[in-house]
Design a protein around this ligand. Structure first.
Ligand SMILES: NC(=O)C1=CN([C@@H]2O[C@H](COP(=O)(O)OP(=O)(O)OC[C@H]3O[C@@H](n4cnc5c(N)ncnc54)[C@H](O)[C@@H]3O)[C@@H](O)[C@H]2O)C=CC1
Ligand SMILES: CC(=O)C(=O)O
Length: 301
């Protein structure tokens, strides 16, 4: 099969769930499972092959070198949070892992799109681009795509409307400083905050509860993987099928000199365009705080 999607860290919970989501979403590609844990990678690939019988996807274990030639290279390798631990606390453990992976997959095919998922994702996306020298628009972090999905689910329950009819973004950092762009949020063509069921809602509490969901899931079952997997498979499809869909993902900003999560048009050329979304003064202040939080870590490298 010509099209290839590599999942590095594919033996782990997030990587294997992404591969499974790609199979279930009928992605027409060969999915390459790559991991330092070779035996587990072999097991995951064999298990996924059984599922792929009912799909147009194919699946096998592969090497780091093969991953470097894939159309989309998804990186989920690395340490995960313990209950109560912040994503930013993973940086020392995951910096070396991302750096060694970027070295082991060289030479990277010039048109490969690299999708970073490992946490802290905004910081590691910056590092992956910096150490590989791969073009900035082809290195993307999953950012707040998952948080925005969680937000839309939460708001959908409040207004009793399908989350797919709600347009609202969590932005900035896939971490504790994320914020909601309330001023641009809409439902069924009307400003979200004008919806009668949004009257009297505590917006700060909504934001806090959405940002806390990852902590709640980790506390309850040790880690999160299905939510992120479904979102990342969707993103990979947009890259492969050149859909020009808009997703809030971590991408490079020339203005701020770092990666942070912001809506972008995603297609075969990676980030095709960063969306010109306007923020009010309060949201702009939150954006600057999120950027400070990210750059306080990236500045170390
Ligand atoms: N961005 C997001 O929205 C989300 C990110 N994550 C992050 O994803 C990462 C992975 O989480 P899990 O899959 O739950 O962890 P896990 O422990 O189940 O899997 C991690 C995998 O990485 C592999 N690995 C470690 N070093 C490697 C290397 N140098 N090369 C290749 N593979 C290597 C391990 O062998 C293991 O299979 C964590 O950093 C976690 O915080 C998790 C959920 C959501
Ligand atoms: C773990 C993580 O980053 C999340 O579920 O949001």
């Amino acid at each position: 099969m010509h099209t290839k999607v590599a999942v590095i860290g594919g033996a782990g919970s997030v990587g294997a769930s992404i591969a499974y989501a790609l199979v279930l979403q009928q992605v027409h590609a060969e999915i390459l499972i790559v991991d330092v844990a070779e035996k587990q990678a072999e097991g995951q690939a064999l298990d996924l092959c059984d599922a792929a019988y009912l799909s147009i996807s194919r699946c096998r274990k592969a090497s780091f070198k093969e991953a470097g030639q894939a159309d989309v290279i998804i990186i989920t390798a690395g340490a995960k949070q313990r209950p109560g631990e912040k994503r930013s606390e993973l940086i020392d453990r995951n910096y070396n892992i991302i750096k060694s992976i970027m070295d082991s997959i060289q030479p990277i095919s010039p048109m490969s799109k690299i999708l970073i998922i490992s946490n802290p994702v905004d910081v590691l996306t910056y590092i992956a681009q910096k150490v590989s020298g791969h073009p900035k628009h082809l290195v993307i972090g999953s950012g707040t795509f998952l948080d925005s999905g969680r937000l839309r689910n939460y708001l959908g329950r409040i207004v009793s409307i399908s989350p797919s009819s709600i347009h609202a973004y969590s932005l900035g950092e896939h971490g504790d400083s994320q914020f909601v762009a309330w001023s641009s949020a809409s439902v069924a063509g009307m400003p979200l905050l004008s919806h009668p069921k949004m009257k009297g809602q505590d917006l700060e509490a909504i934001k806090r509860n959405v940002a806390k969901l990852a902590y709640d899931i980790i506390e309850a079952k040790g880690s999160t993987y299905y939510g992120v997997a479904a979102h990342v498979a969707f993103l990979a499809k947009a890259l492969l099928q050149n859909t020009d869909q808009v997703f809030p993902v971590s991408h490079y900003s020339e203005k701020f000199g770092c990666y942070f999560s912001w809506p972008a048009v995603i297609g075969a050329n990676g980030v095709q365009q960063s969306v010109d979304l306007s923020l009010n003064d309060d949201e702009r202040e939150h954006l600057h705080k999120a950027i400070d939080s990210i750059t306080s870590l990236t500045n170390r490298y």
